[in-house]
Design a protein around this ligand. Structure first.
Ligand SMILES: Nc1nc2c(c(=O)[nH]1)N[C@@H](CN(C=O)c1ccc(C(=O)N[C@@H](CCC(=O)O)C(=O)O)cc1)CN2
Length: 281
């Protein structure tokens, strides 16, 4: 069994981004800029946004965080996004999710200029991804693809079971895998027999937020298991959606939580923002 080390890979991606930022500054006098909108007081969202701001600082980006109370109106959020759309120093805009219940997430995401949509959540970029065109791709699934590349895991013709069909993880993950010529099954809350699907798969990718959902008898011998789940337990510890201790011995490759896919999310956000800055006109 080989552990896929997301922490080290994320570090490597960040170092490469930092080098490219230095070049971009010297050759074109461009400093990539990221704007983050953080609405409400969810502690996990605050922690992730802080991590993003620190990562931006490390690689030499300009970044701004718009911290807003959860009493804010939808129109005020839209006005802030429009301001960022028009700001020439800003190459990437993201709205930290989840949003408070009174805000319509789909409406908010549609306002972001698709050319600055470094989270890849805008319908324009989702459509381009599905059709196999170049686009901004959601950071977590993009990070998983980077892991496959780094560990030379060939996807062509592989049976992959994606557990979870969310817009930010499961669906873009399935599109990326399909574009890489894998045979993809997406399972979700209404799937009748989850085990029937996972146990046949060469690769299982899970991101649903249910601690320990994937058990030893649900994966085949030699499977590759990618755990996108991030669940904070009452004792403060962090676990994924896979029963790691019992599943790992059966796997050829597996990602841990923490230190697996999570750090790749921020690394790929930096990479997407750099890509956007390079496309500045
Ligand atoms: N607008 C977005 N919102 C959310 C996204 C996203 O990509 N865009 N993803 C998640 C949260 N997220 C980034 O926003 C994120 C999650 C986890 C990690 C991470 O590095 N996790 C570490 C553990 C960190 C800890 O101790 O808490 C790990 O798994 O090792 C980074 C970013 C939902 N919202």
């Amino acid at each position: 069994m080989q552990l896929i080390d997301g922490k080290s890979l994320a570090q490597k991606v960040q170092e490469n981004v930092a080098k490219e930022v230095e070049e971009l500054k010297q050759v074109k006098n461009i400093v990539p800029g990221l704007a983050v909108l953080l609405i409400g007081d969810d502690p996990a969202s605050h922690a992730y946004v802080n991590m993003k701001a620190k990562a931006c600082e490390r690689v030499g980006f300009y970044s701004i965080t718009h911290n807003m109370p959860d009493t804010i109106s939808q129109d005020e959020i839209i006005a802030t996004i429009e301001m960022m759309n028009a700001n020439p120093r800003i190459d990437g805009i993201l709205v930290q999710l989840p949003l408070p219940k009174h805000i319509d997430t789909d409406k908010i995401l549609e306002v972001i200029d698709p050319q600055k949509d470094v989270d890849g959540f805008h319908a324009y970029n989702v459509g381009r991804l599905v059709t196999g065109l170049d686009s901004f791709v959601a950071c977590t699934p993009l990070g998983v693809m980077k892991m496959f590349e780094e560990y030379e895991i060939d996807l062509e013709g592989k049976d992959v079971c994606v557990v979870g069909a969310s817009n930010i993880v499961g669906k873009p993950m399935a599109s990326l895998l399909l574009n890489a010529n894998a045979t993809v099954t997406i399972t979700h809350i209404f799937t009748k027999d989850l085990k029937a699907h996972t146990s046949k798969a060469d690769i299982v990718v899970v991101g649903v937020g249910v601690p320990g959902l994937i058990k030893e008898d649900m994966v085949k011998e030699g499977a590759i298991v990618i755990d996108i789940g991030i669940n904070r337990l009452e004792d403060g510890s962090l676990v994924g959606d896979v029963d790691f201790k019992n599943v790992a011995p059966k796997c050829s490759f597996i990602t841990p939580v923490p230190g697996g896919v999570g750090p790749m999310t921020i690394a790929m956000l930096l990479s997407n923002t750099l890509k956007s800055a390079k496309q500045r006109v």
